[in-house]
Design a protein around this ligand. Sequence first.
Ligand code: HPA
Ligand code: ZN
Length: 346
Amino acid sequence: MAASPDHEWRDWLRALPKAELHLHIEGTLEPELMFELARRNGIALPYADVQAVRDAYRFTDLQSFLDVYYAGAGVLVTERDFYELAMAYLRRAQADGVVHAELMFDPQTHTARGVALETVFAGLARALREARGGLGISGYLLLSFLRHLSEDEAFATLEAALPLREAYGDLWIGIGLDSSERGNPPEKFARVYARCAALGFRLVAHAGEEGPPDYVRGALDTLKVARIDHGVRSSEDPALVQELVRRRVPLTVCPLSNLKLGVVRDLRDHNLAKLLRAGAIVTLNSDDPAYFGGYLLDNYIASAEALDLARDELVTLAANSLKASFLPHAEQAPLLDRLWAAAGRS
Ligand code: HPA
Ligand code: ZN
């Protein structure tokens, strides 16, 4: 039987090789796994069942989400927990056509509860290494500082993690900055980012999600990041958009996240198509898919439907994701060849 046009289109979209560049691994904790880990670790959850967890996922803004997200992460204790969390995500990502994933993780959320850094690294690394051979997905780790905490605490986290670079340096290649944006401008982390740059880490930071365009400028000019996570509020400052286009700084946009956290009221109002058409290097990502109602393919489909994205634009978004990744060019090239073939352009 011939596939319906709708199925044909989804299958075509799914088959495009894509990179996921803005993904918090703690944000992939599905309620079912949350319950299983809580039981295994003897942790009481403030929810009666899986449905009660899902019912709690009604957010009004970034902070209302972060409160639930940090509470959920409390069930992650052992190396096996972090391994199973990452493995579940990587399997799910593979089903969406993800061929490369750069995972952010929040070590401070775990060390604050007495979980050793080594436990977090070991579990995530085991999953990423297994996924490379077993699922055909390459992956990197981006250690992210919590911006509601102090720069001194970020420094302490960095120094504690550095001895682990010997064992995990093939995966831990970058640094990110997340959590509550408003009132925590990029400049607060200027010194620790300078140190990370000197250590050879690739740098990204959340900016312009809830914070003003000036935070995007701060991330670019003070933190000297290679990519901006979100960045959607940049469009309030046309000169900044021109600067992003001229400097070819990728934006890791997360449409369903923006919808769930009230950054946009309706996906039809999302500016990602305008930014793309203005020449910005827009990529699509899922941010915290267990909390925001969709993994990577869902973000592509929802955006395409809401914004009338043409097939060519969807191919450009996938190509942007591969080119904006931190993979060496020699590893990007064969993935781009696969993309052109899947898109029918070879
Ligand atoms: N913004 C800021 N911090 C976060 C996010 C986000 O979307 N997800 C997880 N931590
Ligand atoms: Zn994020």
